[in-house]
Write a protein that binds this ligand. Structure first.
Ligand code: ATP
Ligand code: MG
Length: 400
């Protein structure tokens, strides 16, 4: 079917009262970003719905992208017809010829916003119903839950026919809630945490700690590839690489093993918070999940969190590993996450980390370190790059 436009119905944002316009504008801009590879598509955002005029672009490539844009309840690809009864009838028949297999029940639903059109909604329902009976005399009409609901919209600019309603991603438009820093490792949990934060409207920037030469170029690339997997929901994500080698070496040389992990995490948290402040983020997001490993006991969480008063959102904190994996599979990050490139935490992992770190000890050991100097040097060495959602770009980089 050659669609001419896609009609988008808003999700939860329609309940947001006077903020509605902000939400709609944000959604329109997110849709445009996710369709960068389709420059001819025109986005017309109205109060109740959004119309994507395809201008010849291929809907089969666009539909999967649209399914990932948060803030969309559902959408219907539709076909433009001139506002002429015969033309509308002919198109309705041609659609039914294509989709009717001989078994389904059907219904016509007409919505008329052009009050001057010669037939009203009821008359149009009858006209089109009869046109369908003309070609399929045995087809059954059914008003409640028909298998096929053929929708007709008579707008000022033309008539539109659709029969499919495709489920959207729900949630809120990314960015409508502000921005947060996602602490992104190469593991399973943090990309899932980023996905959930975006789903509730938080724009993210990815902060990744790398400790070359202990961590490899592949581990860094893996974190970037995971970030890329999150871009379809938003269009583009800033990737911030933090040089972490000196800090990890210093911790290893001056702190007893049992506290390596706690102090390493505190350093990550401090740095992420500084980056957040510089880049005007509001919150920190991470992939901590209760009880998974030593760093994720409640006692550890308290000791790590002590370095900041910034809210830390932990979307997967109370999920089981298997539940997190199911989401990772759904968003297609799982296969990447299980690639065996070790990150900084694996390599510097102490054999027996404290599951109940004591704050007085933590502070005592941190006094042995030049915290300020190390933080300053790490901040001076940040490498920031934009990871875009464009497929074209990805193909291009493969050729290099
Ligand atoms: P993940 O699967 O996300 O790696 P994990 O189960 O391996 O999580 P930890 O290694 O304890 O758990 O890490 C907890 C969280 O700390 C991660 O989810 C991530 O948000 C953050 N984190 C860990 N390592 C890094 C890193 N190298 N860069 C950025 N953030 C990190
Ligand atoms: Mg990890």
């Amino acid at each position: 079917m050659k669609y001419t436009e896609i009609m988008v119905r808003y999700g939860e944002l329609s309940t947001k009262g006077k903020n509605r316009n902000i939400f709609i504008t944000r959604l329109a801009s997110n849709v445009k970003k996710s369709l960068v590879d389709f420059p001819n598509v025109k986005v017309k955002a109205e109060r109740d719905r959004m119309h994507l005029l395809l201008n010849g672009e291929d809907s089969t490539a666009i539909i999967p992208l649209l399914k990932k844009v948060f803030g969309i309840q559902n959408f219907s690809p539709s076909i433009y017809v001139e506002k002429d009864i015969e033309a509308i009838k002919a198109m309705a028949q041609s659609i039914m010829r294509e989709i009717y297999t001989g078994k389904e029940t059907f219904k016509i639903t007409t919505k008329r916003s052009d009050r001057d059109f010669i037939q009203d909604s009821n008359e149009l329902n009858l006209t089109l119903g009869n046109a369908i009976f003309d070609i399929f005399p045995n087809i059954k009409a059914q008003m409640k839950k028909p298998d096929i609901n053929l929708r007709l919209e008579i707008r000022v600019d033309g008539a539109y026919l659709s029969y499919e309603t495709i489920q959207g991603a729900g949630g809120l438009p990314v960015g409508s809630a502000g921005k947060g820093m996602l602490m992104l490792s190469g593991g399973i949990d943090s990309p899932v945490a980023g996905y959930y934060a975006m789903k509730r409207g938080v724009a993210i920037e990815a902060v990744h700690f790398a400790s070359p030469p202990y961590t490899s170029e592949q581990a860094l690339q893996k974190a970037k590839d995971l970030t890329k997997k999150l871009t379809p929901y938003v269009g583009g994500i800033q990737f911030i690489e933090v040089p972490f080698t000196e800090i990890q070496e210093e911790i290893k040389n001056h702190v007893p093993q049992g506290y390596w992990m706690t102090i390493t995490r505190r350093m990550m948290m401090r740095l992420t918070d500084l980056i957040r402040e510089q880049r005007k983020g509001l919150v920190i997001i991470n992939g901590e999940s209760l009880g998974q490993v030593a760093s994720q006991t409640l006692h550890s969480m308290v000791a790590i969190n002590e370095v900041t008063t910034t809210p830390v959102i932990r979307p997967v904190a109370t999920m089981d590993k298997l539940e997190i994996i199911a989401v990772a599979e759904k968003i297609d990050t799982f296969e990447l996450s299980i690639l065996p490139f070790e990150d900084c935490c694996t390599i510097f992992a102490p054999p027996q980390p404290k599951t109940r770190p004591r704050l007085d000890k933590v502070q005592q050991y941190e006094e042995r370190l030049d915290l300020e100097g190390m933080i300053e040097r790490a901040m001076a060495g940040l490498k920031i790059s934009e990871i875009s959602a464009s497929q074209a770009e990805e193909d291009f980089s493969d050729l290099l």
